[in-house]
Design a protein around this ligand. Structure first.
Ligand code: ZN
Length: 109
């Protein structure tokens, strides 16, 4: 069974030497977290409230921040990897993380 939640962050970044992203600018990132597991306590895979809390705590570190202060080269790939590492410390079941940069581009891992 799969369950998922979605959250948004607004962050600034620039990617040195990139053709279009080399100037500092911002994106709204949509973060989709999907868990896979069996129903457990309370007939839930995980309580949505708990999941929302975990994701919120992790994303606080990125929302309204300059991603270059956190990640050397803040591509969407590196951002996804960075968020995933933090979630892995808090979630002990298989999950998929998809991060949208703007409306039309995403990275999943
Ligand atoms: Zn950009």
């Amino acid at each position: 069974m799969k369950i998922g939640i979605r959250a948004h962050i607004d962050s600034a970044h620039c990617i040195p030497h990139h053709q279009t992203c080399n100037e500092m600018h911002g994106h709204t990132y949509t973060v989709e977290l999907t868990l896979e597991g069996e129903k457990g306590k309370g007939d839930m895979v995980m309580d949505f409230m708990e999941l929302k809390k975990i994701l919120g705590e992790v994303l606080e570190g990125y929302d309204h921040k300059t991603l270059n202060d956190i990640i050397d080269i803040p591509t969407c790939e590196n951002l996804t990897e960075n968020i995933r590492e933090k979630l892995e410390k808090k979630i002990d079941m298989p999950f998929t993380l998809r991060v949208w940069e703007g409306k039309n581009k995403w990275v999943e891992m």
